[in-house]
Design a protein around this ligand. Structure first.
Ligand code: H79
Length: 433
């Protein structure tokens, strides 16, 4: 039988991938979409674009409502005055949620910069009454509270700077590349340790992408770089500076990933603040999705879209805190784990593993017992992870020992996700039968 501990492999060509260790252990981070589009909240001139095109265009409103760059800027930038913004609150929430890193939009497709930049005056310091460097306040606070900090940066020729009407803000491609270069240098130089560079929608050519990746490595050798630095058309082996594979938005892969991977996910349709969408995922959905991501060997970057005043919404913080309380008890089954030892799920849920322990994430309770196959040997002990005394649960066997059953009480200790730790004497191995 082969050992089914799947080693994580970095996509990049780094000989030494020790900069990936914290990221692999972290498993769970906070994504923040915030910018001028948050003021519009999916609506423009009385029309709700948040429900258009499959219901996902709050941060896309400039594109969806075909708003000229000048009008978008002149309408929204003077209104950007999020007096409730408090970096300490956001970072504390991420911590309480059990998240180990934070990635915020420093510039989205609308081209607006949430940081102090000399590359364009279309930024929070020069174009808004707020005049506070959001990236600075958050990076400082993350450093203080011990959370890894990173930025999302949309590097393609954004809607503001590429405006076809040759209006204010329009740049030639050459000028635009200079802006990106300058922006990156600033982000990589002025904010202390930059732990993640989350590029998006790489449509740029390979030479440009490689130059941008090389610059990140040069200025922040430990930063973890998102594969969206490159166009999806670039084969993985040519994505020289991509550290992890960013799965398509909101995708949970069907099978285990063999390279470092991350899924980004929203709690409703949009990424940016949406005034009207109430299709919230439940607390159980989140705890479940987190477990399934870990079972596939995938990090989860879960999004919040703060409101125009700078508040993370109560619906978001409630869910994050609830999932955080679950993590406080069950984090051992997520942090530092590798994917399931088997490439299938069970009727009750899925597994993660660490050393000689398998964690059964029981998403659907089966009072008749939690049954699994696929592993060799008999476990030495099973217990609820929420039980500080680790009181042993009864283990029984069927089918000549190929099927193991953990006997459980009638009621699920946690209806969202009850974790059962199953310890083995030897390294966990797959059963060829
Ligand atoms: O930042 C978030 C999205 O805005 C961004 N990536 C995540 C992390 C993103 N950029 N491009 N895309 C997502 C894919 C574009 C999908 C589209 Fe559509 C479908 C564009 C038009 C139709 C989504 C739905 C945006 C507008 C409507």
């Amino acid at each position: 039988a082969s050992l089914l501990l799947i080693p994580s492999t970095a996509r990049c060509d780094q000989q030494d991938d020790s900069h990936m260790e914290w990221w692999r252990d972290a498993r769970y981070g906070m994504f923040i979409h915030w910018g001028l589009y948050s003021i519009a909240g999916g609506e423009w001139k009385g029309k709700d674009y948040g429900k258009e095109q499959g219901g996902a265009s709050a941060e896309w409103v400039m594109n969806s409502a075909k708003i000229p760059g000048k009008e978008y800027r002149e309408t929204l930038a003077p209104q950007f005055n999020p007096t409730d913004f408090d970096a300490k609150k956001w970072v504390s929430l991420a911590k309480e949620a059990g998240m180990k890193y934070m990635v915020i939009t420093s510039k989205h497709h609308d081209g607006f910069c949430l940081f102090d930049t000399d590359a364009t005056d279309y930024n929070v310091m020069d174009a808004t009454p707020f005049k506070r460097d959001i990236i600075k306040e958050l990076s400082d606070e993350c450093a203080k509270q011990g959370i890894k900090f990173g930025v999302y940066y949309s590097q393609f020729k954004d809607w503001y700077h590429r405006s076809r009407a040759r209006e204010k803000g329009t740049l030639t491609t050459e000028e635009y590349l200079k802006l990106v270069e300058k922006n990156l240098d600033e982000l990589l130089s002025n904010y202390g340790e930059m732990s993640v560079l989350w590029f998006d929608t790489g449509g740029n050519d390979l030479v440009e992408a490689d130059a941008q990746g090389a610059r990140v490595r040069e200025l922040q050798p430990n930063a973890v770089i998102c594969s969206r630095l490159y166009s999806r058309k670039v084969p993985a082996e040519k994505q020289k500076f991509a550290d992890f594979n960013s799965l398509p938005d909101r995708m949970l892969p069907a099978t285990r990933m063999t390279e470092d991977s991350e899924t980004c996910m929203t709690m409703r349709h949009n990424w940016g603040y949406d005034r009207t969408d109430d299709a919230w995922k439940s607390e159980k959905d989140i705890v479940e999705f987190l477990a399934l991501c870990a079972a596939r060997g995938v990090n989860l970057l879960l999004n919040v879209g703060p409101d125009p005043k700078g508040n993370i919404l109560p619906e978001e913080s409630e869910r994050l805190k609830a999932a955080g309380a679950w993590m406080a008890v069950n984090g051992e089954s997520i942090y530092g784990t590798t994917s399931s030892p088997v490439d299938f799920d069970f009727w009750w849920g899925a597994m993660t593993q660490k050393d000689k322990t398998v964690y059964l994430h029981v998403l659907e309770w089966k009072p008749e017992g939690i049954e699994f196959n696929g592993l060799i040997g008999k476990p030495v002990k099973a217990y609820f992870l929420s039980d500080s005394e680790k009181k042993p649960l009864t283990i029984s066997y069927k089918a000549d020992g190929h099927v193991t059953t953990i006997e459980v009480p009638e009621e699920a200790p946690d209806a969202r996700n009850t974790v059962i730790a199953v310890e083995y004497a030897d390294a966990i191995a797959a059963d060829p039968e």
